[in-house]
Write a protein of this length. Sequence first.
Length: 317
Amino acid sequence: TKKLLLDVDCGVDDAQAIMLALGDPNVQILGITCVHGNTTVENVCKNVLRVLQACRKLEIPVFKGADKPILGNSLSGGNFHGEDGLGDAPDPGAPGLDLIQEENAVSALIRIVNENPGEVCLVATAPLTNLALAVRMDPSLPGKLKGLYIMGGNTESRGNITVCAEFNFAADPEAAYVVLNDFQCPTYLACWEFTCYSQLPWEFCDTWLGQDSDKARFMAKIFRHGMEEAKKESTQNECLGCTGFVSCDSYAMAAAMDDLFITESDQYPVSVELTGTYTRGMMIVDTLGLLKKTHKAVIMKKVDMEKFKKMMMAALK
Ligand code: BDR
Ligand code: CA
């Protein structure tokens, strides 16, 4: 059994990633910590509970974390995820926030990893604020992780929220900097360009959502708005020639779930630009080794897409 701990800003692709993990009987989710990002941290908490309810897994503990970045204010996530983060689809039966644990997300992160030393894969599909705060409170934390899987950053200086930066890093560059520099554990990055190059055809999406299950109907409902936005964007060719379906956060999750998922990768020291006229939040890939950092991150280049399709299908069964 794989033990996963998830840190999310539950937009639509976080929901898809969570459902991916929930769909695998060999995965145990120890907890889900919430952070600002695609929407407010309160909405993120609500959204995670809605996903767990749709999957009948409300027993998984959910924790509320940071409501803004280390510096400055939250970045608006754009229109893709809707105002509420899950496509603004009405959900009158949604569970109440009283189900959120009293313990703060950052404390929970530290506690859960310390209770399972060497066993936890931490999957972060959001701005990295909670992780940065956690490593400041407990510097021994990274050394106790089995692996850290992040959706975030970019490798070709192409942004999706600013000219040069990917959303999760742009939403808290200082936190991304702390995490990439202080988490000296096996680190796997699903960066923005890679996710775009790993798109699935829209026809797959139709088959995926067309499954006769409550989970598929739930996903179709929360994804309707995002799908329209994505299709508009791809005709405008805004997404690296992306003409298909990209579930960014799901690639980081799949890599944590299956050690053979990544089929090709690069290994380089990485960091984040904190200033710059246009480049704040952009990931730095030190291909020449000039930063003199010993720790290298695994940057995903190719993954097993046939396996990915099977995992995605199983998630909505
Ligand atoms: C990332 O930002 C969010 O919009 C998505 O949920 C994903 O984590 C993509 O840049
Ligand atoms: Ca996310």
